[in-house]
Design a protein around this ligand. Sequence first.
Ligand SMILES: Nc1ncnc2c1ncn2[C@@H]1O[C@H](COP(=O)(O)OP(=O)(O)OP(=O)(O)O)[C@@H](O)[C@H]1O
Ligand SMILES: [Mg+2]
Length: 385
Amino acid sequence: MRIILFTGKGGVGKTTTAAATAIQCAKEGQKTLIISTDPAHSLSDAMDMDLAPEPIEVSTNLWCMEFDVYYSMKKYWGSMKEMMNAIFKFKGVKDVIAEELSVLPGMEEGAAFLWLEKFYREKTFETIIIDSAPTGETLTLLSLPQVIKSWMTKAFPGQRFAIRTIGKVVRKTTGVPLDKGYDEMQDLFDKLELIQEVFLNPEITSIRIVANPERMVVQEAKRSYSYLQLYGYNVDAVIVNRVIPQQDNVWLNGYIEKQAEYLDEIEESFEPIPIFKVPHQGKEVFGVALLEQIGATLYKDRKPSDIFLVEKPIEVETIENGYRVKMKIPFIKESDFKLRKFGDELIIEINNRRKNMFLPKFANYMKLDKHSFEAPYLTIDLIKE
Ligand SMILES: Nc1ncnc2c1ncn2[C@@H]1O[C@H](COP(=O)(O)OP(=O)(O)OP(=O)(O)O)[C@@H](O)[C@H]1O
Ligand SMILES: [Mg+2]
């Protein structure tokens, strides 16, 4: 089975390119599902049809689903929320606060994970395409199992066996089935853990970053690439959407020139990740026919469900007083360069040219110590200020 998740800044064309990819996979004969996890529900607009919060077959081999938090919460998380609520009340937390606390951070996104776990376990589809909400939310979604684990340890420092034992006592004295609830919760965590493993397996899951040749978008694409790498997810392609074709038009010439610069920057920064370009269509894109056209040219002669690359360009290890970060930097060819750091941004100066890379978020609180370079890997030590 293959899972391909499309991520990128708001409005870059995630839904468009994800739908185009799904249509293409279905045409090749794979039983394909495209699931949109974006609450804005733009997949139905892009496909120009009504969709539902469960998979529906829209054409041969192609299934579409628009994930709905409330629908899914009712279906999957309802009982768990009740149970958490009961635990908090049992621990003496006031009603209103218990109600608040029992909504886990990231629980909404978690419900989307549970759907994927179900499809994975039941082998319902050969290819699942995920059209996600803009970058920030996707990263939360992807780090959810870790978030839940840390939340659990904070909420229940006594750990699980204690809850189970207390649960039995509580059930005997009050009739609240706390221990049963705990098993249910454990089951949910097992599911989340399984699906996270699936997401981390590069043989199954690929992340595709969608970008436009524009300054802010390129910056965000680079930053999210670093974070995705850090979490251990495999990015196998970058899709540059809305590339304006070269043509002589006084009004657009400056823009096209600038765009060419950003395209160079993208090629340089993401090498060796394959980069696919989608031209600006000159009109709004919606409806299956136009999406099909985009899908047919998007991957050139490659199969859209292939794994285009497996790489691990960022590695982090702990050192005394900080971290050692080893990064692949394709654009440094010689060892003569200067390094500076602003927040989580690493500025690399090579012969009066400036390049930037994004470091993991924790770099904000650290300073640059030593570095060494052995092409194409740059190793830097970040230590506490
Ligand atoms: N290649 C293209 N040429 C012309 N218009 C495009 C192209 N790709 C996308 N669009 C248009 O740009 C708009 C945004 O595209 P889309 O909805 O796919 O972006 P998105 O990244 O999913 O946005 P959001 O972050 O809101 O989910 C849509 O109106 C779409 O029709
Ligand atoms: Mg979208």
